[in-house]
Write a protein of this length. Structure first.
Length: 125
């Protein structure tokens, strides 16, 4: 599958845009003055940022194996971020009014990435 079937640049990819939006939302939630657990916050934000960064890096790669590897890393980062949000919820570290929305967004982003991986794998056969 050629890149033209996706978009001209990684900036145009819907899944990258959605993951960036999610990162920005999480940044606001976990960077407030009330949030004092900096170790936890930094790990969560690194994982969330890794999603869109790996999608961008995937787009710039040349081989199918590299494409797939970076998409898997982005997908794994979705799982890590979702787990960190679940822990924040259980530890009562943040106001939970919008947490479920963000968990749902992570599930959707992970699903979109999985479809990209499947589509790429089909073209390799």
């Amino acid at each position: 599958m050629e890149k033209q079937k996706y978009k001209n640049t990684f900036e145009d990819l819907f899944v990258r845009q959605e993951s960036n939006d999610l990162f920005l939302e999480l940044y606001v939630v976990f960077s407030g003055k009330q949030f004092k657990d900096y170790f936890f916050r930094d790990q969560l934000l690194r994982a969330a940022l890794s999603i869109s960064n790996n999608i961008a890096e995937w787009y710039e790669r040349e081989t199918d194996k590299e494409f797939i590897r970076f998409l898997y890393i982005a997908r794994w980062s979705c799982g890590e971020t979702r787990n960190m949000i679940i822990l924040a919820e259980k530890l009562k570290l943040v106001d939970l009014k919008d947490i479920n929305k963000r968990k749902d967004s992570l599930v959707k982003i992970s699903s979109w990435i999985k479809r990209l991986i499947s589509a790429r794998c089909k073209t390799m056969k």
